[in-house]
Write a new protein. Structure first.
Length: 182
């Protein structure tokens, strides 16, 4: 059971101001890391986004931009299976940011933990990260990328456990979810 959980916080539209990654190896979260990012739209920050994640211009003013971080991030993401909670959003941000910096799209397969949770816990009225975290007693600082990535990883592991899947591919088959390519 190996995968990387991914979460972005954005400054505006598809411009990330933080990325969080949680590495799962053999069904265990072995590392969680986050990076603040000086967004391509700097110094503009959408006020609504800023209220949600509480990351300001001052927080990112001296940070590296995505292109400067890419060599480190690529080591986490390339040739990996990635999961994100509402993957359509996070993968759109990733694709858009790679295009903005003219970086080649790496080989990444991905799936969505919202879709997985809907198949696993059909009785729930909400499959949001906060609702699922509350259900599973996961304490986290919501809308901070590292914490959100770790919560996504825990929820994904719990879903596969619920589905009685001993590996990622069996879990996705049992849930009726196909991997997609970035």
């Amino acid at each position: 059971m190996n995968f990387i959980a991914l979460d972005f916080e954005t400054a505006h539209a598809n411009f990330p101001c933080e990325i969080g990654l949680a590495k799962v190896e053999n069904g265990i979260i072995t590392e969680t890391k986050s990076w603040l990012i000086k967004p391509g739209c700097f110094p503009y920050m959408n006020p609504w986004n800023e209220r949600v994640h509480r990351i300001s211009n001052a927080d990112v003013a001296n940070e590296k931009n995505f292109e400067e971080l890419w060599s480190e991030l690529k080591n986490w993401l390339e040739d990996s299976v990635v999961v994100a909670h509402n993957a359509a959003f996070d993968i759109r941000v990733l694709r858009s940011t790679l295009a903005y910096y003219d970086i080649a799209i790496p080989c990444i397969d991905y799936f969505c933990s919202v879709s997985l949770s809907r198949k696993t816990w059909k009785q729930l009225s909400s499959h949001s990260l906060s609702a699922l975290s509350q259900l599973h007693n996961i304490k986290f600082n919501h809308h901070r990328a590292g914490d959100d990535a770790k919560a996504c990883a825990i929820i994904t592991l719990k879903a596969f456990e619920q589905l009685e899947a001993d590996n990622l591919h069996k879990g996705l088959i049992k849930a009726g979810i196909a991997l997609k390519r970035v």
